[in-house]
Design a protein around this ligand. Structure first.
Ligand SMILES: Cc1ncc(COP(=O)(O)O)c(C=O)c1O
Length: 361
């Protein structure tokens, strides 16, 4: 089976972890600091703070920005659940809005329509590795005195108008889950150009500690460990190579998938897409329904997955408490299908996948 997602860790990562184990310094320490510095430099931002997941990065960034009960934070409905639950974890209300039909990313018009006196921030998601349209979203945030938070969980190394994601708003939040463009096992990172915000994030993730055993605010234990950071440092050095292979595979699909009823991803021409997922749309005029198509692919040893089968505003957690109307997200959830695009997918795999799918017609 060609898996739809797979981590790429090898001997160098094993050696780096072994070195940390031998050092005896397993928890947060110098290796985390080195990884933070390297990640900040890679993203072109002043500061980066390691966390133990992408969800923790979002949670800590929002808390550090002062998001609290009574506040509203606008999020896209077509995303992974953590974009919204991080807001709920702060006691605030995620306000789900619809996404753009072509890029699947947050719609600036929808944001503008949903701002109220309680709105404090907007989280834009660089979904599947493609940046959302940052310029109009940032303008809306600036005009309305709202924080912009980038959810970069799926977009390490992606670029918008020549700049890497992670530095466009108050904070950028990355995930290093095993199937992401780079991994630390579990882990996350908050990026920011604001040293004061970085200092607040550091307190939030470390028991609200402002000095040794002095706790000035409610904090959590959301810290990254040296073990995870050791993997991350090796992976960061490989990230551009990983992304280049994803882009090569995606370019092959874009060129060679020719099947009535199957739409290949829209790609903004002012951005660099890093294809965390390669997502096609299975239309009504395709030869079979999405579930039958997935079963067909499975029979042919091709893995696939649906990201995401239910938009956030329809999740049992949220659907009774809100009245969000997101028709684009609804349609996408019923049509999207992710094909294998990760660096382990070979040129032969790509040719086999295209030939197999093109034969469906
Ligand atoms: C868009 C998005 N946001 C947030 C997260 C949360 O990251 P993590 O799984 O590391 O907590 C993910 C990870 O799956 C994600 O895809």
């Amino acid at each position: 089976m060609i898996p739809v997602g797979k981590p790429f860790v090898g001997d160098e990562e094993i050696a780096a972890v072994a070195e940390v184990i031998r050092s005896g310094m397993l928890a947060q320490g110098a290796v985390v600091t080195a990884f933070e510095d390297e990640f900040a430099a890679y993203c072109g931002v002043k500061e980066a703070v390691g966390t133990n997941s992408g969800t923790a990065a979002l949670h800590a960034a929002l808390l550090a920005l002062g998001i609290k009960a009574g506040d509203e934070v606008i999020v896209p409905s077509f995303t992974f659940i953590a974009t919204a639950t991080a807001v709920s974890m702060c006691g605030a209300t995620p306000v789900m809005v619809d996404v753009d039909r072509e890029t699947y990313t947050i719609s600036p018009d929808e944001i503008a329509e949903h701002i109220t006196s309680r709105t404090k921030a907007v989280i834009g998601v660089h979904l599947f590795g493609q940046p959302f349209d940052v310029a109009p979203v940032r303008k809306i945030c600036d005009d309305n005195d709202l924080f912009l938070v980038e959810d970069c969980a799926q977009a390490h190394g992606a670029m918008y108008k020549g700049e890497k994601v992670g530095g466009f708003g108050a904070a950028g939040c990355f995930s290093f889950y095993p199937t992401k463009n780079m991994t630390t096992g579990e882990g996350g990172m908050v990026t920011t150009d604001d040293p004061e915000l970085a200092a607040r994030v550091r307190r939030v993730i470390n028991h609200g500690q402002s000095d040794k055993y002095l706790h000035t605010e409610l904090g959590f234990n959301l810290r990254m460990s040296n073990l995870n950071a050791a993997i991350g440092r090796v992976q960061l050095a490989k990230l551009d190579g990983f992304n280049a292979k994803r882009q090569e595979n995606a370019a092959y699909y874009n060129e060679n998938l020719k099947c009535a009823g199957l739409t290949t991803p829209y790609c903004r021409d002012d951005s660099v897409h890093v294809y965390h997922q390669y997502v096609v749309e299975v239309g009504d005029d395709f030869a079979m329904g999405r579930e039958a198509f997935m079963a067909f692919l499975r029979e042919k040893n091709i893995g696939s997955a649906v990201h995401y089968p239910m938009p956030v505003h329809m999740q049992p957690l949220y659907r009774d408490s809100g009245n969000a109307v997101c028709p684009v997200s609804d349609v996408l959830s019923s049509r999207v299908l992710s094909l294998p695009v990760h660096p382990g997918v070979t040129a032969e795999n790509c040719a086999y996948i295209c030939d197999t799918i093109n034969e469906v017609n």
